[in-house]
Ligand binder design. Structure first.
Ligand SMILES: [Ca+2]
Ligand SMILES: [Ca+2]
Length: 285
């Protein structure tokens, strides 16, 4: 009996931890609606008929608040991807869970489009989380505080100095703070992850992959080891590659470049790029 009581206690203690991982919610059959209740928060997901021009609707509500609805485009007859809707806990500033919607736009390498339904100061808000490389984003608890963060490769590094599949980009961490996604990558909480990634980037750089050298210098710099990494990069970068030596300082509305930049060397280009991304913090993806 004593053993059973102990086991029961353990299960009760373990139960809250389950809420700390995102829970993917089932979608209704098309066409249809499904409503799910989690604590004091409710989510209703409506999928239109395939041939209908009506949008996909995701509505969050809670007692005493005005519901909010996210409308996602649905093109009749087109091949499109269903959204993935997850119950998450990203915002400690309320007593409700949040709803995380990730939808693949299609295309070779792009993009997971993110929205978060979050109750901020008693009002439901739709947070436009932007577009991320890959087909789906699922938040995770990166620092063990019970709230989930978005941990993702820094898309600004992709294709910058080497091919897409070559170098892995450094990670970036975003926290949901008062209805906005804030870049918290530089927090000491995430140093262990950077320290774990660093040898891989250094190895790639030793193999003359300029993309890996960029990741190596960026991560080493935020670990306080910039000079050492910069010298290593100077000894190992691929001098023959001209990938990433052209940039643009200013573009018009249509994306045409109004001011070309031509760097003399990879180290010049890398120094400018690292300065650029540093001054962009905190930022959105
Ligand atoms: Ca919450
Ligand atoms: Ca966390």
């Amino acid at each position: 009996m004593r053993i059973e009581a102990f086991a029961m206690g353990f299960l009760l203690l373990a139960a809250p931890a389950l809420a700390q991982t995102p829970q993917k919610l089932p979608l209704p059959h098309m066409p249809g609606q499904q409503s799910l209740q989690f604590g004091n928060a409710n989510i209703a997901i409506t999928l239109p008929a395939p041939e209908s021009p009506a949008p996909i609707i995701v509505t969050a509500s809670a007692p005493g608040t005005r519901p909010v609805s996210l409308f996602l485009e649905h093109i009749p007859g087109a091949h499109e991807f269903a959204p993935s809707v997850s119950l998450v806990e990203m915002d400690p500033g309320n007593s409700t869970p949040e709803f995380f919607i990730s939808r693949f736009s299609g295309g070779a390498h792009c993009c997971a489009e993110i929205h978060i339904l979050d109750l901020v100061a008693g009002q439901w808000r739709i947070i436009d989380g932007g577009s991320w490389n890959g087909d789906e984003i699922i938040p995770e608890d990166a620092d063990g505080d019970g709230e989930q963060e978005i941990v993702h490769g820094d898309d600004r590094f992709l294709y910058r100095y080497s091919c897409y599949a070559c170098a892995a980009p450094p990670m970036r961490v975003f926290k949901l703070i008062q209805g906005a996604l804030a870049d918290v990558t530089l927090s000491p909480l995430y140093r262990p992850r950077d320290e774990k990634d660093l040898p891989n980037f250094q190895q790639g750089c030793a193999n003359h992959d300029n993309g890996a050298c960029a990741s190596y210098v960026a991560v080493a710099s935020r670990l306080g080891r910039h000079d050492e990494a910069w010298h290593f990069m100077l000894d190992h970068y691929d001098r023959k590659s001209d990938w990433g030596l052209k940039d643009c300082a200013l573009r018009d509305d249509k994306g045409n470049c109004l001011a070309d930049i031509q760097y003399k060397s990879y180290p010049d280009a890398l120094a400018a790029f690292l300065q650029q991304i540093d001054s962009a913090r905190p930022g959105m993806p």
